[in-house]
Design a protein around this ligand. Structure first.
Ligand SMILES: C[C@H](O)[C@@H](O)[C@@H](O)[C@H](O)C(=O)O
Ligand SMILES: [Mg+2]
Length: 430
């Protein structure tokens, strides 16, 4: 039973200096400090349970998202959790349709990232109060209740409440792929070492960053393909670096390395551009994947409608939390497009595993062409880190959305007063 009134919302700016090691780097984000706007919700219930929510950002972007969370706080404060959960669609719409904040969205950008952080905390709290991991809450909850969490506005032409319901059984961990061997800022030696270790650990699916320099890409892709052999799966990720014709040309040069997909070949807003690229790459046997910077369910709808992607990458922190991701999972099911979530960021693996496990049990019931991204960074800062076995995500057992960070880590990495940043910033002054 859900209980309590939200009595406090706090938000902190937490940054990890990952750019120092080139972790997370790609063709467009060359100095990423993996960061989170970290929201904590408290209630007046006697159980003392708190809801933790994050959204993923990079360094300085965090302070802007923190401001947006504070601007949204009045929608959450002093609300009864029963009322929120009882009309989750209404609550979602209240946040995303705030008459003033909507102007700087709507349902996209900073204000939507902030919405995700707040709603992720609400879902964490709900799951904790039910004593279940989030995926189990989603699987167990009455389907009508689940559908009542989704805002179908703008997508009723492809999906309505009446047709969206299936249920299946969970049997295994969820297959994963790794991005951690081949960030763009890694040297060939690092790449080789990490790839050899990943192979020893049983990984069979690998993603490599491309897009900055063709000769570099050819060398790096050859290196990794030679190491993993012809049978294992290779994906490529350009992080929006190219124009449409450039993407097609560049990928024709990398086709010999047999990538399953090219991810974010161009601007995430260019729906028709993605469709053109998809069509051109069919003869090469390369699919297009995108979604980590897709604004909202409406853009996903259009990408699906014009067959602009062959792999759909949901993100737990960019869309409006579980609510909006549910609608995207159902649309992907309807269009028969496999969902392969994005998880390259701090905490993204922890959160999105719940969504994809739920997707398998209750929506897609298939593992064909499906896998969830895994990056091997910063899990030690979470109270309930992901568990990977045999290159698969094992379903989390702890109650909640796995969003809670260790207080010690938050304190150390809080920007700019945490110990880690004090030291780094003092170093810059010298
Ligand atoms: C800046 C980040 O690390 C991105 O490069 C990362 O999310 C990436 O696109 C991915 O697919 O994991
Ligand atoms: Mg990517």
């Amino acid at each position: 039973m859900v209980r309590g009134r939200i009595s406090r919302l706090s938000v902190r700016d937490v940054r990890f200096p990952t750019s120092l090691g080139g972790h997370g780097s790609d063709a467009m984000h060359t100095d990423p400090d993996y960061s989170a706007a970290y929201v904590v919700l408290e209630t007046d219930a006697e159980d003392g349970l708190k809801g933790y929510g994050i959204t993923f950002t990079l360094g300085k972007g965090t302070e802007v998202v923190v401001c947006a969370v504070n601007a949204l706080a009045h929608h959450v404060l002093y609300k009864d959790l029963r009322d929120i959960v009882g009309d989750f669609r209404g609550f979602y719409r209240q946040l995303t349709s705030d008459g003033q904040l909507r102007w700087i969205g709507p349902e996209k950008g900073v204000v939507h990232l902030a919405t995700a952080a707040v709603l992720n905390a609400v879902w964490d709290l709900w799951a904790k109060q039910e004593g279940k991991p989030l995926w189990k809450l989603l699987v167990d909850v009455d389907p009508r209740t689940l559908l009542s969490c989704i805002d179908f506005r703008y997508i009723t032409d492809v999906l309505t409440e009446e047709e969206a319901y299936e249920e299946h059984m969970l049997t295994h961990g969820y297959p994963a792929y790794t991005t951690s061997c081949a960030w763009l800022g890694y040297s060939d030696d690092t790449l080789k070492q990490l790839c050899a270790k990943a192979l020893r650990d049983g990984w069979t699916r690998f993603k490599v960053k491309v897009g900055a320099d063709l000769q570099d890409d050819i060398r790096r892709c050859r290196l990794i393909r030679n190491m993993i052999g012809p049978e294992k799966t290779l994906m490529m990720d350009a992080n929006q670096r190219w124009d449409v014709p450039e993407a097609i040309e560049w990928m024709s040069k990398l086709a010999e390395f047999k990538p399953l997909w090219i991810e974010e070949p161009t601007s995430p807003d260019d729906i028709l551009g993605h469709a053109t690229i998809s069509k051109a790459l069919v003869p090469l046997g390369i699919g297009v994947a995108t979604g980590e910077q897709c604004h909202n369910r409406v853009i996903f709808k259009q990408l699906l409608q014009v067959k602009a992607l062959q792999f759909l990458q949901i993100d737990s922190c960019r869309l409006g939390s579980v609510n909006e991701n549910l609608s995207v999972l159902l649309m992907a099911k309807k269009f028969e497009i496999p969902v392969c979530p994005h998880a390259g960021g701090v905490g993204l693996c922890e959160l999105v595993q719940h969504l994809i496990i739920f997707d398998f049990i209750s929506v897609s019931a298939s593992l064909k062409n499906r896998m969830c991204e895994y990056v091997d960074h910063l899990h030690e800062h979470f109270r309930y880190p992901v568990i990977i076995k045999k290159a698969s995500y094992m379903p989390p057992k702890d109650a909640g959305y796995s969003t809670e960070m260790k207080e010690e880590s938050v304190k150390k990495h809080q920007y700019p007063d945490g110990e880690v940043w004090k030291k780094l910033l003092a170093g810059q002054e010298d």
